[in-house]
Design a protein. Structure first.
Length: 216
């Protein structure tokens, strides 16, 4: 239990290192005051350009991967190893904790990003098949519907479905993680859902297959 708690706290602190806010310190820009007000890679791309957007994406992806592929699995000095019962929850706990750190960062007044890039990094650390489920669902949804936000939510939900029907172990801890992660992504995109219902949410014109028909 001690190992689980310590690693969850460390993963949360890791998640609190938000890429756009770290880079913004060097340029004197708080990205939360620009564009959509979100501290994620998409807003960084739109307001600060491709270089910063890509760098933010890499940082936010990397911390999700580190939390699940390394931190959850490494032996920590002076920390008693968890029993098998709790060890199965190390990866899920670190995955949720790093996402919570990104969304509610301790270092930045608990105002962070929406957690999608960090979730993708977490999924990459858990298993490549789950990443494929997310990416395929995300791309298909964006191409058909045009909304990146909805694609992100459906992609997160697809991960939970893939775990539920696939051969993933430990099933209960991973499925619990996936359901909680999907709910987190829906919650952080609640404003986008409101704009979709109101018809004011912008679409990804370069990916949306039906942009010409809608424009006509």
């Amino acid at each position: 239990m001690t190992e689980l708690a310590v690693k969850a706290v460390l993963a949360y602190l890791l998640g609190s290192l938000v890429g756009s806010l770290i880079l913004g310190r060097f340029s004197g820009v708080d990205i939360r005051t620009q564009g959509s007000g979100n501290a994620g890679a998409t807003n960084a791309l739109r307001t600060q350009g491709k270089a910063m957007g890509l760098t933010v994406l890499v940082i936010d992806l990397a911390k999700g991967w580190v939390a699940t592929a390394w931190l959850a699995r490494v032996a920590l000095p002076f920390v008693p190893a968890a029993t098998l019962e709790y060890r199965e929850w190390l990866v899920p706990a670190c995955g949720i904790a790093v996402m919570l750190g990104h969304i509610y960062p301790l270092w930045y007044g608990f105002r962070g990003g929406k957690g999608v890039a960090t979730l993708v990094g977490v999924i990459l650390g858990v298993g490549g098949g789950l990443l494929l489920a997310f990416l395929v669902t995300f791309l298909v949804a964006v191409m058909i519907l045009g909304w990146v936000s909805l694609g992100s939510m459906l992609g997160a939900a697809a991960v939970a479905v893939a775990i539920a029907v696939g051969d993933y172990a430990p099933r209960v801890p991973l499925l619990t993680f996936a359901v909680l992660a999907a709910l987190l992504i829906v919650y952080t995109h609640r404003g986008n859902l409101g704009r979709i219902r109101a018809g004011t949410e912008s679409r990804a014109r370069k990916l949306w297959l039906f942009r010409g028909r809608a424009a006509g």
